[in-house]
Design a protein around this ligand. Structure first.
Ligand SMILES: [Zn+2]
Length: 196
């Protein structure tokens, strides 16, 4: 059973209600809005708790759900940090951010920044933004060149998440980060087409 006491304690830790001292001059409606804001995530958590109890049984208490919730938030933030680092290094032009600058902002060493992302993150950023790093090399398409399923089957050099290119891949484009993309006839950049 979910104990109300434990739930209240977790709320007090995670989403403390705003405190207004006696002589506080904050207008009433502003105070009310601040309290409402603190209650929104609390109510969302109660819904989440209901789902978790249904999945894991009544022993899965609010403390465990709160921990799992925070770990998921942390994981998602780490993922976004990796994507932003990949973006800063491979997509920002004409002067990409340096490893030092990115490292300072992200709390990593320069070599930690390089290790934080790879082809997976480069591909994900391209998919989310519709942008591509500069191309440096082109070869004939071969499924073995690609660890990801997408590039084995379709053009990943063109398109984006909401508007993917489903054309048959004919070429393998290697970008300046060393990441391989599959490319159809129509998305092959003109200057590369002229070289083949
Ligand atoms: Zn295409």
């Amino acid at each position: 059973m979910v104990s109300q006491e434990q739930l209240d304690d977790i709320f007090a830790i995670r989403w403390p209600l705003p405190h207004f001292p006696e002589d506080d001059q904050t207008p009433r409606h502003v105070r009310g809005a601040a309290v409402d804001d603190a209650w929104k995530p609390r109510l969302a958590f109660i819904r989440q708790l209901g789902a978790a109890t249904a999945d894991h049984g009544p022993d899965h208490d609010p403390l465990l759900v709160a921990l799992e919730d925070l770990v998921a938030i942390k994981k998602a933030a780490d993922e976004q940090i990796r994507l932003l680092l990949a973006y800063g290094r491979a997509y920002v032009t004409p002067r990409p951010h340096t490893l030092e600058t990115l490292g300072q902002a992200a709390g990593l060493t320069p070599s930690g920044v390089s290790r934080a992302f790879g082809a997976k993150e480069i591909l994900a950023v391209g998919n989310l933004t519709g942008r591509r790093p500069a191309a440096v090399e082109i070869d004939d398409h071969h499924p073995d060149l690609f660890p990801d399923d997408d590039s084995r089957r379709r053009c990943t050099w063109g398109g984006s998440k909401n508007n993917p290119c489903t054309d048959e891949p004919k070429y393998a484009v290697t970008d300046k980060s060393g990441t391989n993309w599959a490319c159809c006839d129509s998305h092959l950049p003109g200057y590369l087409r002229s070289r083949t």
